[in-house]
Design a protein around this ligand. Sequence first.
Ligand code: ADP
Length: 595
Amino acid sequence: MTLSKRTYKVIDLLRLIAQASPICMMLNIILSIIHTIMSTAIMALATANFVDTATVILKGERPHDDIYIPLFLLLLVLGVNTTIGAVVQLVGSRINLNLQRKLKPVMVRIHAALEFKHIENAESWELISRVSRDPIKSIMDGFGALIQFMQIMISVVSILILIVAHVWWAAITIIAFSTPMFILSTWAGKKNYQAGREAEKFNRRTEYLNEVLTGRDAVDERTLFGYGNNVSKRWQEQYEAGRILQLKVMAKTFIILKCSSLLLALIALLIALTLISPVVSGELSAGMYMGIVSVVFSLINQLGWQMSWALEHISKAGEYMRDLSAFIMLNDDEGALSEPDIEPISLNMLEFRNVRFRYPSSERYILDGLSFSLQAGRHYAFVGKNGAGKTTITKLITGLYKDYEGEILINGKELRQYPASTLKAMFSVVYQDFAKYYISLRDNIAIGNLADMTAPCLTDVIKFAGLDETIAELKDGIDTPLGKILEGGQDISGGQWQRIAIARSLNSRAPVKMLDEPTSALDPISESQIYSEFEKLMEGKTTVLISHRLGSTKLADEILVIDDGKVIERGTHDELMGQNGQYANMFEAQRGWYQ
Ligand code: ADP
C-alpha cells in the first residue's frame, strides 16, 4: 500500500480502505445496503402482510393456519436483519485490522522519513502529531459516517417509494418538511464539529497537565515542589473549560434538533391521522397503514440525530484527510531511513566557508558568516555562551539541515553532495538530550554500530566508558533491560545513562566524534574529568567537544570561540588566554568553578 503526494478528500477515504481491504469493504457496503432496505421497506411490507392476514383470519374469512407464513416471513426479516447487523460489525473489525496491518506501517514510514526541520518546527510537529495520533480510528469513523449517510439516504428513498405507491401526498408532505430537517442536521453536525475542534485546544492542555500530574518523568519534581494540588486545580479548570464549551454547543443543537424533530413528529402524527380515512374507505389496508406509520416515525429519528452524527463525522473526516494530504506533502529526506555506510570514509578536512543559517521558523541568522576548518586527527573545542549556535553547527555538519548559505566542504567536496549514509557513517554525536532506550544495556551500546550489532565483545567500550561498576550492579549484567518498560527492567542514574550514550558513540565506527554537552547535568569538575578521559581515549582521532564551561575544554588542541554566529577567537588555551579577549574573560569568570 502507498500514499502518493496529492490532495486527499473525504471520498479518498474509500480508496484507502479499498486498497487495504477491498473485499471486506465491498461486503460492508453491500450488507449495509441490504440491512437498510430490509429494516425499512421490507420490514414495512412484512408487517403489513402479517397484520392484513391476521385481520382476515380474525374475520373468519381464512383458516387460522394461514398466519404461519406471514409470521415466518416477519420473523425471517427480523432474524436476517439482526444477523446482517452482526456480520457488518465483524467485517468492520476486519477492515480495521487490515488498515492497522497495511496503512499504519506506511504512515510510520512517512513519519520516520520526514526531514528533521519538520520535526523541530512547532507548526509541522503539531500537524504530524494530529495526523499520527490515531489514523485508523479517524479513517474508520469517517467510513462509518459515510455508510451511515448512505443508509439514511437509502431509507429515505425506500420509505418514500413505499409511501408514494400508496398515498402520494403524504410523500410530498414528508419531503417538504424533511428538507429543513436535513439542513438543520447539516448545521448541527458542523457546529458540533467546530466545538470539538475548539475543545481540542483544551484537551491538549489537559493531556499535558495529566502527564505532569501522573507521569514518571516529573515524579521527582512533583514530590519535591509539591505542586500536585496546584496543577490538579489547573487541570480541572482546563477540563471544565473544554467540557462547558462542548456542552453549550451540544445543548443548543440538542434543543434545536429536538424541537424540529418534535415538529416532524407532529407532521408524522398528522399523516397517521389523515391516513385513517383511506383505511376506513378500504383504499389502504390496515397492515400497510401500520407498516407505513412505523417506518415514517423511524425515518424522523434518522433525519434528526443519526443524520447530524453522520454529517459531523464526515466533516471531521474531511478535515483529517486535509491534514493527511499536508502531512504527506511535507518533504521527506531521502536518506532519513538509510543506515550508515559499513566502511566510513576517512576525514581529511572539514571546512565551513562563510556559512549563514537560520531556522525555517525564524528570520534571525543563527550562524552569520561562519568560517573555520578542522583537520583530521586533532581535538577541537567549540566554546561560547548558551545560545551562541554551537549545537546548530553540529546539526549542519551531520546534514540534519541542508538549507544553509555558503559552503560546508568535507575533504574539499560540498556536504550536500554526500549521501546521507556517508555522513551518518562519518560523524557520531552525543547530544545534550541524548536518547535513553528502554532496551538492554548491551543493545543500547550495540545500536551505535548497526553494521555489527552482534559484536560479542563490547568489553573495551564498556571499560573506556567506565561502565564496569554499573554492569556489576545490574541483575542480569549487560543484558539487563533498562527502564521500566520491559520485564525485569532496572532504573539507572542520569550519570550512568550519560556514560551509556558515550559508550554508544565510542562503539560507532565514525572517525569523527562530537560531544555536545551531554554532561551538562554534571558539576563542572566531573564534566571536566569526563572530557579529559574522552580526549585521552580518542588520541589520534578527530574530536569536537562542545561546552560553555571552559575548564572542560582547555585540553583541546584548538579552541574556537563562537559568538553571534561567527568564530571570534581561535587558538590553544594558552594562546587565547594571552590574547586577553572574550575567552580569557570567560575563563577568569569561571575559574571559581574548578577550585
Ligand atoms: P548553543 O548550542 O550554543 O547553546 P544552539 O545552537 O542550540 O546554541 O542555539 C542557537 C540559537 O538557535 C538559540 O538562540 C536558539 O534559540 C535557536 N534555535 C535552536 N534550535 C532552534 C529551532 N529548532 N528553531 C528555531 N530556533 C532555534
